[in-house]
Design a protein around this ligand. Structure first.
Ligand code: ZN
Length: 391
């Protein structure tokens, strides 16, 4: 597949069926061999027809969106025209039911509802170890008054008089392809084939009403900002009481006071006095698990809420210590690391005694008049990036 099918039709990736159909019709008028004898236009017409064949079919489109080959791996790709039928072109031009005999009958009132999306902010610990949350969701739900039928109590839909229940009426159209009789959805009943004489008052005949519900959502351990948790059948109920779409909960992680997350690794900074860095010490520091304890009552004895950080004598400012397995658990198992950056603090306020001691130390170390060692500049991330561009 050399070219993007959406680009070929000039539509956005989230274009709906109508937009795709419109785009195809516009391009087909321009490139159809009957109106444009140019051989290049013929090639183009084949391409846009194939693009339309894929994008107008929800299954093929979904497969294409997932990166699959919509032509089932057939060699050649464009120009093969495999599986493309004249009916598809006619459908695009005349809005379905092309040909006098290709009627499709009334369309059902009941249709699947749309998916819904809500955003949820969680703490870093909740994202790492999982959490169960109560969520308030606003979606269309089944109208309990009419149970989705859309009719007032004691009434029922009656057959449409215009199309006699067929949902379609015949039209004759002139086009560059000749005179063609087509079936179009009946305007009187909007293609349903029936009319609701007395709509349900609760839902105005839609079969569904908007409602606020509280849902209990289980967020699995290891989610990250942007992760979407799918709740099947918790989205919008469809028109006519059709099955509900899915609800997606999109996760955002709130900033943490101590830890920042990079993929499944955690990063933090520890500040140490100069003397401790020189002499070495052992620090006891809280893990991310410490956040979980306290909020959820009694601590799990298995939970490691602290870790020991051994600072070796002579540790330099900026040194990184990597603690394996103290990061964030992955969605598919495993666990990231904790990277601790040690910052050594130079004392700023010295009293007379401290200054005396430091001067004595400097004298012993013969550091009273240091020359300062000049070395090549240390390259940070930006320096390395610059190098990458220059070479
Ligand atoms: Zn109702």
């Amino acid at each position: 597949m050399s070219q993007d099918l959406y680009e070929l039709l000039g539509v956005a990736r989230d274009a709906d069926g109508d937009a795709i159909k419109k785009a195809y019709r516009r391009l087909a008028r321009q490139y159809h061999p009957d109106v444009n004898p140019d051989p290049e236009a013929q090639e183009r017409f084949k391409e846009i027809s194939l693009a339309y064949e894929v994008l107008s079919d929800p299954n093929k489109r979904a497969s294409y969106d997932r990166g699959g080959d919509p032509f089932g791996g057939a060699a050649g790709g464009f120009g093969q025209g495999a599986g493309f039928s004249f009916t598809d072109i006619m459908d695009a031009f005349f809005g379905g039911g092309a040909g006098a005999s290709a009627g499709r009958g009334p369309r059902p009132r009941e249709r699947r509802g749309q998916d819904a999306l809500i955003r949820l902010e969680v703490t870093l610990a909740e994202a790492a170890f999982g959490v169960t949350r109560e969520l308030k969701v606003d979606t269309a739900v089944l109208c309990t008054t009419c149970r989705g039928e859309g009719t007032a109590a004691g009434t029922h839909p009656i057959p449409c008089e215009t199309c006699h229940g067929a949902g379609e009426v015949a039209h004759v159209q002139r086009s560059f392809l000749g005179e063609i009789r087509t079936l179009r959805p009946c305007a009187a009943c909007r293609g349903f084939g029936s009319i609701i004489p007395e709509p349900c008052r609760e839902c105005s005949g839609d079969g569904r009403v908007r409602s606020r519900r509280t849902l209990t959502v289980k967020i699995p351990a290891g989610v990250d900002t942007g992760t979407r948790v799918q709740l099947a059948g918790e989205g919008e109920v469809g028109p006519g009481g059709g099955p509900a779409g899915d609800l997606y909960v999109e996760i955002t992680i709130a900033p943490h006071a101590t830890f920042t997350r990079h993929a499944n690794d955690l990063h933090c900074t520890v500040t140490l006095p100069m003397t401790a860095a020189a002499l070495g010490t052992t620090l006891t520091l809280p893990t991310l698990e410490a956040d979980v304890v306290g909020e959820d009552g009694p601590a799990d004895p298995e939970l490691k809420t602290t870790f020991e950080l051994e600072v070796r004598p002579g540790t330099q400012s900026g040194a990184d210590r990597i603690l394996r397995g103290l990061g964030v658990p992955g969605l598919r198992g495993g666990r990231g690391d904790l990277v601790v950056t040690i910052i050594v603090e130079t004392p700023t306020k010295l009293d007379a005694r401290q200054e005396e001691l430091l001067r004595e130390l400097a004298a012993i170390r013969e550091e009273e008049a240091p020359s300062g060692q000049v070395r090549p500049g240390q390259k940070g991330v930006f320096g390395r990036l610059r190098d990458a561009f220059n070479h």
